[in-house]
Write a protein that binds this ligand. Structure first.
Ligand code: NAP
Length: 335
């Protein structure tokens, strides 16, 4: 099969289209013919050497939509020929509050989805929502699941609440916007681009502030009439610190990422004095994956697809993510 293989650490050109052996399903496994895969920032961080223990070569990619080609021993053969998406979480464990230390994600160390075929445990298969194209469905798994757990399970966003989603151009952020809107919240966003704020408004956001222009925190406080009830943050760094400052008394902040790194100076007293709740969130349970798919199917929601590249253009797709040009998910179409 053809795959975009990560051959060395470094810049995006380290992703090379190569001929590699087809995967064979073992007991309990299925092989999916990938019709579309999607990028996550994780893939860029891995390529840049920011993840420990990477063994090369490896096929990156945690998201896939496709058709089941073959199943191994003990797997219902009725799956063969079915259109599916793949839950990228392995070995969460028994505790719904947090993953076990065996937890890992499709696309490292196991070969991932930037390929014509991917092998996964059959228990990770789920039917593809019927109203979505393969490209749209491939955008769903990792980002949709992460946003669902952060917004619904952890922050418990309720109808009428004012929610701020930071860095709306991000893949997960676009899902957080849609899921918070589906919960009946009034959603505000930040972005480094006015155009992306306008696109978020077209999706239903009530307003937004550009973090490259002036004091975005002040602007959000003014728009929300005193600050948001909830912040969903993936930026970290100074954005996290500012979000804590502008949250309403009694507010919640769900954090699932730190694209901008650590916080240099942080006023802990703001958390206790304002009685804030800070909620860490990572990926999600199989049951949350099913609930997320059900939400997208029942409301006929469509993931925001930024741009579709060919499998041979994985390097170009990575560069787009690295430069932050995207609004929504960057997808690789696999023919
Ligand atoms: N814990 C988990 O389970 C989990 C799961 C998925 C992702 N993550 C993490 O979440 C983060 C986002 O992932 P992703 O795949 O959605 O990434 P992405 O698509 O690359 O999105 C990153 C976005 O962050 C925004 N951003 C960057 N610097 C910013 C700053 N200084 N201030 C405000 N916004 C800024 C940009 O938004 P604008 O373009 O609008 O400016 C950018 O588009 C990554 O750190 C990733 O590792 C964690």
């Amino acid at each position: 099969m053809k795959a975009a293989v990560l051959t060395s650490m470094g810049d995006a050109d380290a992703l090379v289209l190569q001929e590699v052996a087809d995967p064979k399903p073992g007991a309990g496994e299925a092989v999916v013919r990938v019709r579309a895969a999607a990028l996550n920032h994780r893939d860029v961080f891995i390529r840049q050497g920011l993840y420990p223990g990477v063994k090369l070569p490896v096929i990156l990619g945690s998201d896939a939509a496709g058709v089941v080609a073959e199943v191994g021993e003990g797997v219902d053969t009725a799956w063969v020929g079915k259109e599916v998406v793949v839950d990228p979480c392995f070995d969460w464990g028994d505790n719904p509050r947090a993953q076990s230390n065996k937890f890992h994600i499709l696309g490292l160390p196991e070969d991932g989805t930037y390929a014509e075929f991917v092998k996964v445990p059959a228990e990770n298969l789920a039917p593809k929502p019927g109203h979505l194209s393969f490209e749209e469905a491939a955008a769903l798994p990792l980002a949709g699941l992460t946003a669902y757990r952060a917004v619904v399970t952890r922050a418990q966003v309720a109808a009428g609440e004012k929610v701020l989603v930071t860095g709306i151009g991000g893949g997960v952020s676009s899902f957080a916007l849609q899921i918070a809107l589906a919960a009946g919240a009034e959603v505000y966003v930040t972005s480094g681009s006015d155009e992306k704020i306008e696109r978020a408004k077209a999706l239903g956001a009530a307003g937004g502030a550009n973090y490259r222009e002036g004091d975005w925190g002040k602007a959000i406080v003014a728009m929300t009439g005193g600050g948001p009830d909830v912040v969903i943050d993936s930026v970290g760094g100074e954005t996290f610190a500012r979000a804590i400052e502008i949250l309403k008394t009694g507010g919640r902040l769900a954090t699932y990422g730190a694209t901008a790194g650590a916080v240099n100076k942080f006023e802990v007293r703001r958390i206790f004095w304002k009685q804030l709740t800070v909620l860490g969130s990572t990926m999600g349970l199989r049951s949350e994956f099913a609930e997320m798919l059900k939400l997208y199917e029942s409301r006929e929601l469509r993931p925001v697809v930024d741009k579709v590249f060919g499998l041979g253009e994985a390097a170009e797709a990575h560069r787009r993510m690295e430069q932050g040009g995207q609004f929504g998910k960057i997808v690789l179409k696999v023919d």
